[in-house]
Write a protein that binds this ligand. Structure first.
Ligand code: NAD
Length: 247
C-alpha cells in the first residue's frame, strides 16, 4: 500500500524528463497512472505495472476530453511545456502563440475537462508545471517562457480559490534548472553559440547556487507530495524548488 493507493492520476508530457519521473514516482506510491505524451515512442520507456500509456497532444481539445474520460483522474499533473529561447526583441507572434497554447492553454483545456468529474467525486488535486523563471525570477532569453510560466501561477491561484470548499486543490511547481533531455538540447545549442559545450554547461550550472542542477526525481517527489492527502492544507501556491536560485 503506497501513499497514493486508490488514486487515479493523469500526467501530460510523461514521455521524458520531469513528466516521466513523476509518472513513475506516482505509480510507485500506488496510484493508477495514465501517462500521456505527444511522442508515442517515448512512452514505450515509461513502464510500471500501475502505468497505462497513451498518446495525447495537450493542444488538442477533443483528445484531452477523451483522455480525461478514460482516466477519470483524482490527480491531474499538467507537465507539458516548451522553452522558447530569446528576448522580447527576438520573439515572434507565432512563437508567442505557440508557447501560450502549449504552456498555458493546454492546462485550461485539461482542467476544464477534469474538474466536473472531480466535483462529482468530491475532490481532486491539480498540479500545474510553472517554473522559477516566471513571476518568481527573470532569466535572460526567457521572455516568452517566463511570461507563460507566470500565467500558470495566476491560473493556478484562480482555480484554487474557486474550488477551495469543494475538496479540490490546485498548486503549481516552480523548479530551477532540471536535468532532462530538452535541457541537454538547450546546453548543446548554447554551446554552439559560445563555441564550447563546457562553457554552456558552466553558465547553466553557475546560476544554481548549489553548483548543480536538479534531478527530475527531486521534482517528482514534490509532485507525489502535492498529489497526496498529506499536502491537504496547501492550495493556490507556487511551490518553488530551485536549489536557492531565487532565494
Ligand atoms: P522535456 O522538455 O525534456 O520533455 C517535454 C515532453 O513534452 C516531451 O516528452 C514531449 O514529447 C512532450 N510534449 C511536447 N509537446 C507536447 C504536447 N503538445 N502534448 C503533450 N506532450 C508534449 O521535459 P522537462 O525539461 O522535464 O520539462 C517538463 C516541464 O517542466 C515543462 O513544462 C518545462 O517548462 C518545465 N520545467 C522544466 C525545467 C527544466 O530545467 N528542465 C525547469 C522548470 C520547468
Amino acid at each position: 500500500m503506497g501513499r497514493l493507493s486508490g488514486k487515479r492520476a493523469l500526467v501530460t508530457a510523461a514521455g521524458q524528463g520531469i513528466g516521466k519521473a513523476s509518472a513513475l514516482a506516482l505509480a510507485q506510491e500506488g496510484a493508477k497512472v495514465f501517462a500521456t505524451d505527444i511522442n508515442e515512442e517515448a512512452l514505450a520507456g515509461v513502464s510500471h505495472p500501475n502505468i497505462e500509456t497513451f498518446m495525447l497532444d495537450a493542444r488538442d481539445d477533443a483528445s484531452v476530453k477523451a483522455a480525461v474520460e478514460r482516466a477519470a483522474p483524482d490527480v491531474l499533473f499538467n507537465c507539458a511545456g516548451f522553452v522558447h529561447h530569446g528576448s522580447v526583441l527576438d520573439a515572434t507572434d507565432d512563437e508567442w502563440d505557440f508557447a501560450f497554447d502549449l504552456n498555458v492553454r493546454s492546462m485550461f483545456r485539461t482542467m476544464r475537462a477534469a474538474l466536473p468529474g472531480m466535483l462529482e467525486r468530491g475532490g481532486g488535486s491539480i498540479i500545474n508545471m510553472s517554473s522559477a523563471c516566471s513571476s518568481i525570477i527573470g532569466a535572460p532569453n526567457r521572455f516568452i517562457y517566463g511570461t507563460t510560466k507566470a500565467a500558470v501561477i495566476g491560473m493556478t491561484k484562480s482555480v484554487a480559490v474557486e474550488y477551495i470548499t469543494k475538496g479540490i486543490r490546485c498548486n503549481c511547481i516552480c523548479p530551477g534548472t532540471v536535468e532532462s533531455p530538452s535541457w541537454h538540447d538547450r546546453v548543446k545549442a548554447l554551446g554552439e553559440e559560445l563555441g564550447s559545450y563546457d562553457a554552456a554547461l558552466k553558465q547553466f550550472v553557475s546560476r544554481q547556487p548549489m553548483g548543480r542542477v536538479a534531478t527530475a526525481e527531486e521534482i517528482a517527489a514534490l509532485v507525489v507530495y502535492l498529489a497526496g492527502d498529506e499536502s491537504g492544507f496547501t492550495t493556490g501556491q507556487p511551490h518553488v524548488i530551485d536549489g536557492g536560485w531565487s532565494g
